[in-house]
Design a protein around this ligand. Structure first.
Ligand SMILES: Cc1cc2nc3c(=O)[nH]c(=O)nc-3n(C[C@H](O)[C@H](O)[C@H](O)COP(=O)(O)OP(=O)(O)OC[C@H]3O[C@@H](n4cnc5c(N)ncnc54)[C@H](O)[C@@H]3O)c2cc1C
Length: 218
């Protein structure tokens, strides 16, 4: 795989193209940091955008869920899909209302998904979902049964048509507005990890594992 994902007529940025980024490593870093994607597809000419979890395995993005999921069944055919992932890094407060913005890193992926078949492949994918969210978890949990595997549909989307867009830094105001006595700058934002809470039905002798007590998102 090349280090740059070649822009297509669909992924070439037209607005603020300077914020575009097609480096595979940059796109993968954003995908590996975020948890949630939004999956856009159409059913009977009606658009839907559904939030869901995902994992990246090599050059593919995996999404999964119940075999009864409308979203997954719709995409298991040859439907076109658009998946977006967004990280918010800050609120950008300009001197004018017009120039307020956000610092962000986002990815748009276009393509067609295929179904992941085979017990080994499905288990590998489920392990990737688990490890993407909480590294170390897969080692401890009960593995999916045959019936659970059967009830799970996993789709794989190639990362061949994708773009990243990144905004960083200070607000950009109209030159005349820099004279205004209005505070301007950036409120940085990040995801915070709280203190783990025991399940009320946890067995007395089960302590908090290190991968939970040491859980970090930065
Ligand atoms: C948190 C956040 C807040 C935003 N707020 C605003 C806002 O208030 N107003 C606004 O106009 N825009 C906002 N944007 C930018 C927005 O995502 C679009 O880039 C912008 O609106 C241009 O859309 P377009 O369809 O004209 O893009 P075009 O440049 O025509 O899109 C062409 C192709 O470029 C790629 N592309 C476009 N946008 C993105 C993206 N964000 N990430 C990755 N690839 C992309 C896609 O492959 C797309 O198909 C925001 C983005 C984020 C992540």
């Amino acid at each position: 795989m090349s280090e740059v994902i070649t822009p297509t007529s669909r992924t070439k940025l037209r607005r603020s193209p300077g914020r575009g980024n097609f480096d595979r490593a940059t796109i993968y870093r954003i995908l590996d940091e975020a948890f949630v994607c939004h999956v856009g597809f159409t059913v009977d000419n009606h658009p839907f955008v559904i939030p869901t979890g995902y994992a990246r395995v090599g050059d593919r993005l995996l999404i999964h869920g119940s075999s009864a999921s409308r979203m997954l069944r719709a995409l298991a055919g040859e439907a076109e899909v658009c998946v977006t992932v967004t990280l918010i890094d800050g609120l950008v407060l300009a001197r004018s209302a017009f120039h307020h913005s956000m610092n962000y890193r986002s990815v748009v992926i276009l393509g067609q998904a295929t179904v992941v078949n085979g017990e080994r492949e499905k288990l590998r994918a489920l392990r990737a979902f688990s490890e993407h969210v909480v590294p170390g978890r897969w080692q401890e949990v009960r593995r999916p049964s045959k019936d659970e595997l059967k009830a799970t549909l996993i789709l794989s989307l190639p990362l061949t048509e994708a773009s990243a867009k990144i905004r960083t830094g200070a607000p950009v105001d109209d030159e005349a507005d820099y004279a205004l006595e209005v505070w301007a700058g950036v409120i940085p934002l990040r995801l915070a990890v709280g203190v783990p809470v025991d399940d009320p039905r946890l067995k007395d002798d089960v302590g908090v594992p290190r991968y939970v007590s040491n859980y970090r998102r930065d």
